[in-house]
Design a protein around this ligand. Structure first.
Ligand code: ATP
Ligand code: MN
Length: 266
């Protein structure tokens, strides 16, 4: 009931920049009062200076581009802000990830959707921290407040986000070789995530991997589970199948899912 339609560009400081109309239209989203307050607080504290338009609007979260100016005369830093939606419905089927997750026996499992989204944001923040510290390419987590997560933007200096692997345009003469090496790169990432981070992504696919310049970046880890989660191996098999199927469709001669499973867990 407190929902108000605002243009995120209006949250910015004085230096309103000229942006084209189309760009502005996409940044028009309904944000509730609480989310706006959190964004303003983050601006006041310098974690971000400007919040721009939506990079992605989905069922569970919206992701916005943002910019921070750490030094007055220094270059701007591109950031991404993921705002989890407080809608209960889309989080219902996520229960299976939480059940059995020893890090989240907080009594917030059911019922309270505000607590739920806070939990998911927290989970993503912690998982990102762990994955990033392990040297796996992913957004560096910067700041968390309730259901709002600030992270590094995976994109160019102008603020254009890298494409998802699904949309990556790999059309060079050596495309075949590039795809093959990306496949091998991903196997290494999955193994490292399992062995070093002790995590299974649990929603890994060409939609949750970004691509730039022959590098893969892992995103969207709010549902990732500890490898001692009772269903972690089931989730791992699913990740292996989904990514394997994708690379097979791209013409890569992949290993069998079984071999990959043994490689990751051995
Ligand atoms: P939903 O399921 O509601 O679509 P989601 O949980 O899948 O949301 P993410 O996958 O984390 O959310 O992010 C949605 C999209 O936003 C991604 O596919 C990616 O294109 C973009 N994105 C997310 N994080 C970043 C980032 N740090 N840098 C650049 N782009 C990002
Ligand atoms: Mn996603």
């Amino acid at each position: 009931k407190h929902a108000a339609k605002i243009r995120l560009d209006d949250v910015k400081g004085e230096q309103s920049r000229e942006k084209d109309k189309a760009d502005r239209a996409t940044s028009e989203q309904v944000l509730d009062q609480r989310t706006r307050m959190i964004l303003l607080q983050m601006i006041n504290r310098g974690f971000v200076s400007e919040v721009h338009g939506a990079i992605s609007t989905g069922k569970e979260a919206n992701v916005y581009g943002a910019v921070a100016y750490p030094d007055l005369d220094g270059p701007p830093i591109q950031r991404a802000i993921k705002v989890y939606k407080t809608a209960i419905l889309s989080f219902k089927d996520r229960e299976r990830y939480i059940t059995g997750e020893h890090r989240f026996k907080s009594g917030a499992e059911k019922g309270n959707s505000r607590k739920m989204v806070k939990l998911w944001a927290e989970k993503e923040f912690r998982n990102l921290r762990r994955i990033h510290s392990a040297g796996i390419k992913c957004p560096e987590p910067i700041q968390l407040k309730l259901h709002v997560l600030v992270m590094e933007l995976l994109g160019d200096r102008k603020g254009y986000a890298y494409p998802r692997l699904r949309d990556a345009a790999i059309s060079s003469e050596d495309a075949e070789e590039v795809w093959r090496s990306l496949y091998i790169q991903l196997l290494g990432i999955m193994r490292r995530m399992y062995q070093v981070c002790r995590l299974v992504h649990a929603d890994l696919s060409e939609y949750n991997i970004l691509y730039n310049d022959r590098q893969l970046y892992i995103i969207d880890v709010s549902q990732s589970v500890e490898h001692d989660h009772p269903r972690s191996l089931e989730f791992l098999r699913m990740d292996i199948k989904n990514t394997g199927d994708f690379f097979r469709r791209e013409g890569v001669e992949t290993l069998s899912d079984r071999t990959v499973f043994d490689f990751i867990t051995a």
